[in-house]
Design a binder for this molecule. Structure first.
Ligand SMILES: Cc1cc2nc3c(=O)[nH]c(=O)nc-3n(C[C@H](O)[C@H](O)[C@H](O)COP(=O)(O)OP(=O)(O)OC[C@H]3O[C@@H](n4cnc5c(N)ncnc54)[C@H](O)[C@@H]3O)c2cc1C
Length: 374
């Protein structure tokens, strides 16, 4: 057994675990345990890599906007723009979208058919309504993840890979953590940043799972003729049936699927790729020459689809940093700073002042009717 009693043991070294460990490391003694051979193998390594102001809904906007400032300052964003598209019958959805985000601080503008066609070549004529979001950008996901891995190392945190947590018991205000390989560690606070496995970790620690459900999302890389232009915006269906963007002349296309699954090494299903292509062909007349690559990953949501940051109200020393859904990369800087401030008990700073931590507190799932007694 390691003799060190860490202040914090973070479980999972995806974007969530790496970023919070990096934020904590200058202030505390931090251990980061990762089950896989290397950090970033699961959701973090499989994202579509965009920063999109509206993605995840109005409740996520404060985290996205605050993170955008950090990502721009550190040069992790490359401008792209996003376009929500619809047909005449989608006018109601378009109107509701604009109304939903009015006053949230995002910058969106309604475009007509001419504005749509000018930005996205090959769209079929019935796609005539659009909402333009100029600030949308690509994120250098690997660069951001490395930035946090380097920072946590620089801050003195210990990262241990091939260390899948198997059991967690609390004795005398200290967690005894045992990996499946039999190694043991001790820490005052356990931070649950295990992505799709967040509820599994809660179960191991005797904490009530919050219902954080993994859902599979598929992406296919298409070779199209003519090649996809570099300045193509991210194009999203207003009804959430597809999105696509260009990448080095190719197209990344998703059917925007959300297939409930168990936590696992997610793999794409042919049916979802076929569905994506079918939907894509209803929007554009782009010629598809080949499906070059396909992948899938898990997006894990709390029941209200907002992330969960904060101390568990029932189990001492257990801290939630989970439910990052489909926005865990674009919200990482502000989320990690905010969560580290909550974990350390320190106040907000310029990055987090505009964010209400109560909106993401685990307490929202603990009503008096459902709280456990004893
Ligand atoms: C197809 C797809 C597209 C996406 N596109 C975007 C996008 O464009 N923009 C955006 O912001 N977000 C996007 N997302 C969402 C984003 O990828 C996630 O929100 C984010 O990666 C979640 O990070 P995480 O660290 O919580 O999870 P993960 O990266 O999955 O990390 C969790 C880690 O915990 C480890 N772990 C689990 N159990 C244990 C254990 N017992 N012991 C030790 N370690 C353990 C796992 O091995 C894993 O490495 C997308 C996701 C998918 C799947």
């Amino acid at each position: 057994m390691s003799q060190t009693i860490y202040d914090f043991a973070v479980i999972g070294a995806g974007m969530a675990g790496a970023s919070i460990a990096a934020e904590l490391a200058p202030h505390a003694n931090v251990l980061l345990l990762e089950a896989e051979d290397a950090p970033g193998y699961h959701s973090t390594g499989r994202s579509a890599a965009f920063w999109e102001e509206c993605y995840g809904g109005p409740g996520v906007v404060p985290l996205t906007l605050a993170s955008g400032r950090y990502l721009r300052e550190h040069d992790f964003l490359r401008p792209r723009g996003a376009l929500y598209v619809g047909r005449a019958e989608d006018k109601g959805s378009m109107d509701r979208f604009v109304e939903t985000f009015s006053g949230t601080g995002v910058t969106i503008e309604r475009l007509d058919r001419a504005g749509l066609a000018a930005r996205v070549p090959h769209t079929r004529d019935d796609w005539c309504d659009a909402i333009w979001e100029p600030a949308c950008a690509d994120i250098d996901v690997a660069g951001l993840h490395q930035h946090y891995l380097k920072s946590l190392k620089h801050g003195g945190a210990d990262l241990v890979c091939r260390a899948r947590l198997g059991a967690a018991t609390r004795m005398n205000a200290v967690w005894q953590l045992t990996t499946e390989a039999g190694d043991t560690y001790r820490a005052a606070t356990l931070i649950n940043a295990a992505g799709a496995w967040a509820d599994t970790i809660a179960g191991q620690a005797g904490t009530r799972p919050l219902g954080i459900d993994p859902k599979r999302r598929t992406v296919a890389q298409l070779r199209v003729e003519p090649a996809a232009p570099d300045d193509l915006p991210l194009v999203l269906d207003i009804n959430g049936e597809f999105y696509f963007k260009s990448d080095n002349g190719r197209l990344w296309l998703s059917p925007h699927d959300e297939i409930p699954t168990v936590p696992c090494d997610a793999a794409p299903e042919e049916i979802d790729v076929a569905l994506a292509i079918d939907r894509f062909q209803q929007v554009t007349d782009w010629k598809i020459e080949a499906v070059e690559r396909r992948w899938a990953g898990l997006r894990s949501f709390a029941p209200d689809r907002l992330p969960v940051y904060g101390h568990d109200p029932e189990v001492e020393g257990f801290f939630w940093f989970a439910g990052q859904g489909g926005f865990g990369i674009q919200t990482a800087p502000a989320a990690a700073r905010l969560a580290s401030q909550l974990a350390l008990g320190s106040g907000p700073d310029d990055l987090t002042r505009s964010i209400d931590p109560q909106a993401y507190a685990p307490q929202r799932f603990f009503t008096s009717a459902t709280a456990r007694t004893g």
